[in-house]
Design a protein around this ligand. Structure first.
Ligand code: NAG
Ligand code: NAG
Length: 427
């Protein structure tokens, strides 16, 4: 109302100011963490995996390369470790509004196996015990392992069961900061953005199996007896040519000659060896023609699924209350920053621009500088390699790859263990 009446005001500046005030008032930020001073009071490090001595430490840092050394986040700092940390915010429900979940992540370690995702949790959580088995509402973000897994996870918990996104959304694999955004709307649509660029969008109904399918094949339907599903049939007009069966399969080799020293009396009568007859075409078969009565492949008709019951609140998470990171990492160096939970897509977009967008060019330049230095130092440390031709460099790369493979195998067991937890959850 205020907006409408003010738009009639003669001064055009007034409605503009009012409108932006309303826009800001409408945006609700449930949680925003830029990891400035005091972040440690807001986040609780879990004791999960501590007694097994495999709980990793976080490093509060802007990383080895960055666009602003004062803009810090939290980075995994130990290899082969589990990480679990979470923060609480005032409980809310996303009913009737958009839910925007966004954060930035940078894998400085050239991640070969590990996650870079975050979770939204609901209800009451003992943050000191937060770990891989703690139920969550949404798990979202990149996951990399070996050559096969390089994807954005978007796992939704519905009615106590975790459901994986059925669509493939590749994640970023370089060593720079990227912003991952998950948007869930009251019309049960979603979008996944990387660096403010939409990579995937669709419906909760089709891209996850949250509910049973709306339509199913009629289980009662049967293929009619007289259904003709032969696409080709023998041509009834085609006739076997006269004399076809008289063509022999083999004939005497016309090029064979009786050897000069062949003695009919001693060696018997000479006969030429046989060869396959080029005229012989095998047993006669009529030509195939398109079946004029072809009815197509039979398909059962689709009917309404009696087990489908729509849930107009499919997208609703009624008591979201925590955001957390729970990861296993083979190689550490993943840096999280600028975590946002809000109901305003534009606000999230702006935050990404003001942080990642502002710093990305300087970060890239710093990264390239660091890479150059690293290569120079490697060359100094190994002068043979620096004199060597490209060939030898390739060998060195191969050795690195092999090393990564071995590490992957080492951790395969632990990895499947954590993976199977997720799978278990899904069942
Ligand atoms: C934290 O990160 C900085 C920047 O990369 C690094 O110099 C420092 O050694 C790290 N500290 C730990 C404990 O890993
Ligand atoms: C929710 O889960 C319960 C128990 O597992 C089940 O009986 C019910 O049908 C489920 N509801 C929906 C909408 O999936």
């Amino acid at each position: 109302m205020a907006n409408r009446s003010s738009s009639r005001a003669p001064n055009i500046i007034v409605p503009f100011v009012l409108f932006s005030l309303i826009a800001i008032a409408c945006a609700e930020v449930f949680f925003e963490e830029r990891f400035d001073d005091g972040w440690e009071k807001r986040w609780v490090k879990s004791d999960w995996k501590k007694d097994e001595n495999v709980a990793g430490e976080w490093n509060y840092t802007s990383g080895k390369w960055n666009g602003d050394p004062n803009d810090k986040g939290i980075q995994t700092s130990e290899d082969y470790r589990f990480y679990a940390i979470s923060a609480e915010f005032p409980e809310f429900s996303n009913k009737d509004k958009a839910l925007v979940f966004q954060f930035s992540v940078k894998h400085e370690q050239k991640l070969d196996c590990g996650g870079g995702y975050m979770k939204l949790l609901n209800g009451e959580v003992d943050q000191k015990k937060f770990g891989g088995d703690t139920p969550y509402s949404i798990m979202f973000g990149p996951d990399i392992c070996g050559y096969s897994t390089k994807k954005v996870h978007a796992i939704l918990n519905y009615n106590g069961t975790n459901h994986l996104l059925k669509k493939d959304v590749p994640c970023e694999t370089d060593q720079l900061t990227h912003v991952y955004t998950f948007i869930l709307r009251p019309d049960a649509t979603y979008s996944i953005l990387i660096d403010n660029d939409e990579k995937k969008s669709g419906s909760l109904y089709s891209d996850w199996d949250l509910l049973p399918p709306k339509k199913i094949k009629d289980p009662e339907a049967k293929k009619p007896e007289d259904w003709d599903d032969k696409e080709y049939i023998p041509d009834p007009e085609d006739k076997k040519p006269e004399g076809y069966d008289d063509i022999p399969e083999e004939i005497p080799d016309p090029d064979a000659k009786k050897p000069e020293d062949w003695d009919d009396e001693e060696d018997g009568e000479w006969t030429a060896p046989t060869i396959p007859n080029p005229e012989y075409k095998g047993p006669w078969k009529p030509k195939k023609i398109k079946n004029p009565n072809y009815q197509g492949k039979w398909k059962a008709p689709m009917i309404d699924n009696p087990d489908f019951k729509d849930d107009p609140e499919l997208y609703v998470y009624p008591n979201l209350k925590y955001v957390g990171v729970e990861l296993w990492q083979v190689k550490s160096g993943t840096l999280f920053d600028n975590v946002l939970v809000c109901d305003d897509v534009e606000y999230a977009k702006k935050l990404a621009e003001e942080t990642w967008g502002k710093n990305k060019d300087a970060e890239k330049a710093a990264f390239e500088e660091a890479e150059k230095k690293r290569e120079e130092e490697e060359a100094k440390a190994d002068p043979v390699d620096s004199d060597a031709e490209d060939e030898e460099d390739d060998d060195a790369d191969d050795a690195d790859d092999a090393d990564a493979e071995v590490k992957k195998d080492d951790t395969a067991e632990i990895e499947t263990e954590t993976e199977s937890d997720d799978v278990k959850d899904e069942l």
